[in-house]
Unconditional design. Structure first.
Length: 341
């Protein structure tokens, strides 16, 4: 991510962020609702009321000023921008859906100096405790904080705080008990050669002739369930996930191994199992041993189109996805306790 120097963002930048989260209750010391200040743009009163209501749910600011709007070909608002002022000043942008007549998302952008004030002491302390275990080399530097609510999107989080930094981010998912997840980018040269070698060797184990070189590494942590290094290229065609504590390989992907042309070809190709259960077990055994260190004796398999799920009571689950030729382009190990670190 580029260095954050202004809290005014374009519609394109907003659309990249939108994947948002439960409604934030402002501290009791803040007013419950904001008052509209004279705006520099003209909005339909019904639309303005919807936008204001969404902002009041997230912010305790005392004044709202709508400053600009991006409209569609019919002159209807699509993205609305403005300023909040009060105990803590901020800027905001909102995505409006004129066809469905609803606010799709609201993002309020605060300066990093206001982080503790806007998220409150409890979340500030929880974030600090999380960073002590995650950011061991003290690279995480918050440059902006966003409060986002995007209730209609397909993916989570939908209601969250996000602390942005240079090539780093920390999300607080308010719908999941304030669960914290973070990601930080590292260059390949900055991680141990042993880890890089393991990632490259693991990718080769899939046996897909086409690969894309890794371009960087992510250090990712989600609560107490996940703490990993993620070697990947920029488009995530290839990635290898390795535990930050255990050094175990947890997941390998090479999407260049996918060989169907479209959804129809996929449905036709995997209408019947490409590999029988016995064939799948035979194919997975050497790879599971080489990559995950697991002997597959006693495992059974379930087949769902091109996905093969190998299970054994009391043992880790192995999930694999194959192409039309029956080659695995994706492998994942999930331990019994679900913790990957």
């Amino acid at each position: 991510m580029k260095k954050w120097s202004s809290i005014t963002l374009s519609a394109a930048a907003l659309s990249l962020l939108l994947s948002a989260a439960p409604i934030y209750a402002a501290p009791p010391s803040m007013p419950a609702e904001a008052q509209i200040e004279a705006s520099s743009i003209s909005l339909d009163p019904a639309v303005e009321a919807q936008l204001t209501k969404a902002l009041n749910k997230l912010s305790g600011s005392t004044k709202i000023e709508f400053t600009s709007v991006d409209k569609d070909a019919n002159g209807q608002p699509l993205f609305v921008y403005g300023k909040l002022s009060g105990q803590v000043d901020a800027e905001f942008n909102q995505q409006y859906n004129p066809a469905k007549k609803r606010v799709e998302s609201t993002s309020i952008i605060y300066r990093s100096s206001n982080t503790n004030a806007v998220i409150g002491a409890a979340l500030a302390n929880k974030t600090a405790a999380f960073l002590k275990t995650y950011d061991t080399d003290h690279k995480f530097k918050t440059e902006a904080i966003w409060r986002v609510y995007s209730p209609y999107q397909d993916n989570a989080p939908r209601n969250y705080w996000v602390l942005w930094g240079n090539n780093q981010s920390l999300y607080i998912d308010l719908d999941q008990g304030n669960q914290i997840s973070a990601s930080m980018t590292y260059s390949l040269a900055s991680v141990k050669a042993q880890l890089a070698n393991k990632a490259n060797q693991s990718l080769k184990t899939l046996g897909i002739s086409l690969t894309k070189p890794f371009e960087y590494v992510l250090r990712e942590k989600t609560g107490d369930k996940k703490f990993v290094w993620n070697f990947r290229d920029d488009e995530d065609n290839n990635h290898v996930v390795i535990g930050a504590k255990t050094g175990k390989v947890w997941e390998i992907q090479n999407l260049l191994g996918q060989d169907w042309t479209n959804d129809q070809d996929f449905a036709k190709s995997f209408a019947k199992p490409v590999l029988s259960k016995n064939q799948a077990l035979s194919a997975i055994k050497p790879k599971a041993k080489a990559v995950f260190g697991i002997q597959m004796k006693g495992y059974s398999v379930q087949i769902k189109k091109n996905e093969y799920i190998f299970t054994k009571k009391g043992a880790a689950t192995i999930t694999g996805k194959i192409n039309k030729k029956g080659k695995f382009y994706f492998l994942q190990m999930t331990p019994v306790n679900g913790i990957r670190n």
